[in-house]
Ligand binder design. Structure first.
Ligand SMILES: [Zn+2]
Length: 469
């Protein structure tokens, strides 16, 4: 039992450590009229009230599991107290748990009903709270699934429904699909659902709709009053980026995407399945893209410009993170490496071969400084082991991306994309280990598989063995 608890604690630490820029999951495209979680195997249904101003949450979670009756670990933020459990027996009460994990005996095919509530400290927000603007327009609160704002079995993809009431004056966006907004007396009630995700996230603020961009994947844009998006993005770029990935990687689990633009310090963002939250720099004119600490603005990952790099990276997480995800801490290179490679693909299409080659060379030069310090399979632990964030960026983001660029040089970009797409198609809604991912990518080619092992599990960067084969 002690060993089990230690494992759980480690997993929780890992999950929190990778809060930024991760995403969720899904199965084939669904329509708004599809059934909700009723009748689906493995589901979370959440219903509650949240006051963003006080950080106060009160909710009921209904969990249904497939398979046999079993004792299962469930995660819930320390700040939240479990009030009652029905439909199952709690074998380890949360009152003694500092890790935020408790164990519940779950019945086979039955429903576990958990009432809980409390205040969530802002420090756990996936993005740091911005200073409140003069009119409070940017005062944006996030209930991210990595904050464990509802009890859940970590790592599993499940169907999910969320219904949340918020006091008048707040707007709410959620991952998945918005199903309804009901105006009540003193509150508004928002409902969201997702057919198969690793968790759902809610964002609260005082933002307004900016419009709908038509395209392969329609984009619903939100932001603060008076935002002129064209300062940062062209409509063609936004719709083009989503359409480009869709053409390369196939359908998403959601029929459209929501993008919320926030005023922030620097360009940074986070991607949840169906919802992107992008910070655009409030003082853009003076920005030096190479003089920022955030991942996408350092010279190591810079490709086009900070705004475009941010969009291309977070949009790619809709597939790499949203359709398939990583299993353990050491596997985060899958989603970060693939989001980086996807950005390279987009750059090549958008800016041409010369720009693509130039950026690949710069990434190679940047990687060489760090290649001897670890391996991509070190995953999120690299962030803890090294103070320099460049190590994690170089090894988990850049190195897997350059491996695929090298493979594309040898076998052609179309073949690499075909292989990537088949990984997505065969494992929709699954969390993969690094080894599993490489097995699927190599698809039975032992030479390719061994070569990829060296890039991911060793400190070397060998050229592809037979460029003509
Ligand atoms: Zn990322």
């Amino acid at each position: 039992m002690e060993r089990k608890r230690r494992m759980l604690r480690r997993a929780v630490g890992c999950l929190l450590a990778t809060a930024l820029a991760l995403a969720l999951a899904g199965q084939s495209a669904v329509d708004r009229d599809a059934a909700t979680v009723e009748g689906r195997p493995g589901a979370v249904k959440l219903s509650g009230y949240y006051d963003p101003a006080r950080g106060f949450l009160e909710a009921t979670a209904r969990l249904r599991f497939t398979g046999q009756a079993a004792e299962r670990p469930l995660w819930l933020a320390n700040e939240l107290r479990l009030k009652s459990v029905s439909g199952g027996a709690m074998t380890q009460p949360p009152f003694s748990s500092e890790s935020g994990v408790f164990l519940v005996e779950c019945p086979a095919g039955g429903e576990l009903v958990l009432d809980y509530g409390g205040r969530l400290s802002p420090g756990l927000q996936a993005l740091p709270a911005e200073p409140v603007g003069k009119k409070g327009a940017d005062d944006c609160r996030i209930l991210s699934h990595v904050m464990d704002y509802y009890p859940h079995p970590q790592g599993d993809f499940m169907a999910m429904d969320v219904t949340i009431r918020v006091p008048d004056g707040w707007s709410c966006l959620g991952s998945g699909m918005q199903r309804s907004v009901v105006n009540g007396s003193g509150y508004d009630e928002y409902s969201f659902s997702h057919p198969l995700c690793k968790g759902m996230t809610l964002v609260f603020g005082r933002f307004r709709p900016l419009g709908l961009l038509a395209g392969e994947i329609p984009l619903r844009l939100y932001g603060w009053k008076g935002l002129d998006l064209r300062t940062y993005y062209s409509e063609a770029d936004m719709a083009g980026n989503a359409g480009f990935y869709s053409g390369r990687f196939g359908p998403l689990p959601v029929p459209e995407l929501t993008i919320l633009f926030r005023r922030g310090e620097g360009f940074r963002g986070v991607s949840y399945s169906g919802l992107l939250v992008l910070n655009v720099d409030r003082g853009r004119k003076g920005i030096d893209p190479f003089d920022r600490e955030t991942a996408l603005e350092t010279s190591l990952l810079a490709m086009v410009d900070p705004a475009t790099d941010l969009l291309a990276h977070e949009m790619a997480h809709q597939w790499w993170g949203g359709v398939v995800s990583w299993k353990e801490c050491g596997d985060t290179w899958i989603t970060e490496g693939l989001a980086t490679y996807s950005s390279l693909l987009y750059l090549r299409q958008r800016s041409g071969e010369k720009a693509y080659q130039k950026v690949c060379q710069r990434l190679r030069d940047g990687l060489e400084r760090y290649a001897g310090m670890g391996v991509p399979a070190g995953g999120a632990k690299l962030k803890v082991l090294f103070r320099d964030p460049g190590v994690y960026q170089a090894l988990a983001y850049v190195k897997p991306a350059l491996m695929l660029a090298e493979l594309a040089d040898a076998r052609g970009e179309d073949e690499v994309c075909r292989r990537l797409r088949s990984v997505l198609e065969s494992r929709r809604g699954r969390s993969l280990s690094g080894g599993e991912f490489l097995d699927l990518l190599a698809a039975g080619d032992p030479v390719m598989r061994r070569w990829m092992d060296e890039w991911i599990f060793a400190k070397t960067m060998p050229p592809y063995p037979d460029k003509k084969n």
